[in-house]
Every structure is written in C-alpha cells, then in structure tokens.
Ligand binder design. Sequence first.
Ligand code: 6PG
Length: 253
Amino acid sequence: MLSVFDIQVVTNAEELSLKAAEEFVHRAEEAVQARGIFTIALAGGSTPKSLYTLLATDTASFREQVPWNKVHFFWGDERHVPPDHPDSNYRMVQERLLSQVPVPPENVHRILTENPDLGKAAHEYEQVLRDFFELHEGKWPRFDLVLLGMGPDGHTASLFPGTNAIHEQTHLVAAPWIEKQNTYRVTLTPPVLNNALCTIFLVSGAEKAEALQAVLEGNPEPERFPAQIIRPKQGTLLWLVDQAAARLLQKQA
Ligand code: 6PG
C-alpha cells in the first residue's frame, strides 16, 4: 500500500486538465512568492497535452495568473529522438505551451536527446540539474512541482517494469533500455522524483484502470508497477484521475 497521498476522482479528461491547471497556477504563485522562482518537471505522453494547451489559452483563469518569466521548465523523461521529432516530449510542450507564453529561452531546460549517445545525454542533464540547483554530492534537486503520467503497464516517466532505472539511487538521471519499445529513454530517477515539493499524477482513460487499481490498492510490487515507487519523502502526492481510470478502485467506490 502506498504512503499517504490524495486521490481526486474527476468526471473526465477535460475536468482533469482543469484541476491540474488550477494546481499548476496555485503552486507557481506559491513558489514564486516564497522563492522567486517556480521549477517544474513536466510529464510527456498524451494525457497532459490538453493541460499545456489550457495553460496557454485560457487567459483569464490561467495564462494571466502565471509569472512565466519566473518559471523554469524541465522534463521528467524524454524519448531518444531530436527535439523536432513527432514523438518528442519537448516538441509537444513547445508547440502547446512554450511557443504560446512569454517564457525566456534560458528557462527551458530540455534533455538533449538528439545525442546518439543517450548515456552522455543523461550525464549532461544530470550536470544541468546539479548546476541549476547548486547541488553538492549526495544532494537531490527539489522541484516545486513534478507532473507524471502512468502507462497501462504501471510505468511512470520512463521507469518501466523490469528496468534497472527503477533501482537507481545514485544518479539523478538514467538512460535505460526499454525492451518492449526497442529503444533507450532518458528519465529522472526515483530519488529525484521523490524529492519534489508537490507531485501530481494525471491518469485518464479506461485502459489505465487495472494498473491504477494495482498501483494504489494492490500489494507493493514496484518491479511490476513502477508508479508505486513514487512516494515523496517530504512533499505532497496527488493522484488526479478520471472516472474511467478509477472504475476499479475499491476505496473510492
Ligand atoms: C512518456 C511519458 C510516460 C507517460 C505515460 C502515460 O514519455 O510517454 O513520460 O511516462 O506519462 O506513458 O502516457 P499517456 O498520457 O500518453 O497515456
């Protein structure tokens, strides 16, 4: 069973994005007020697409509320593709959000996955994090907000079942081989993801229901369901899920 966390079941994907946008704005205002900066590690995939669009287009509710020049964007994971590739998480965010709001280019910290040597790209990104967060050895970056998705197999970021990145406790960034996708990925590692001030999972759709029930209510099996690894040590964890994804949850019934 996971440690303390909140589950918020919303009607559908549209309400999921609305709630996530409200959380984004709230966390951004709070962070900038407290520290003059808001650092976020973004989720890739398709679920967050409408959130990113909403933040850029819903002027009154969201766009105008965010001090974009004080937001620093990082990625939770990235595919082994160049930044202009259709599968690029960076490209997805660039098209839907970053090209639409006044974020200074120096605030966008993408993973340089055009590098044929993805291990090198992971190492470089780790250095970007160390420099930006001014980390000494053994210290972890503390994002104000980490957004995560979850696959139907219970993976999150690029922590896939049975991969070595699940057990990474030394490095900040890893480049695991993902057998079932026949590709390497770059991903933030569990110690980084678990050090965030606020972590929000965005899970939508009936195809996620079985994995969600196993992750939230099943026995601890992080090898099989890596999303179970996400248990922030000193931060809040919110599972924002829609009714279709939550349909097998017993506790929420
Ligand atoms: C990625 C994501 C990945 C994603 C899940 C859910 O690069 O694909 O980081 O972890 O969040 O696979 O993806 P969907 O939102 O597309 O279902």
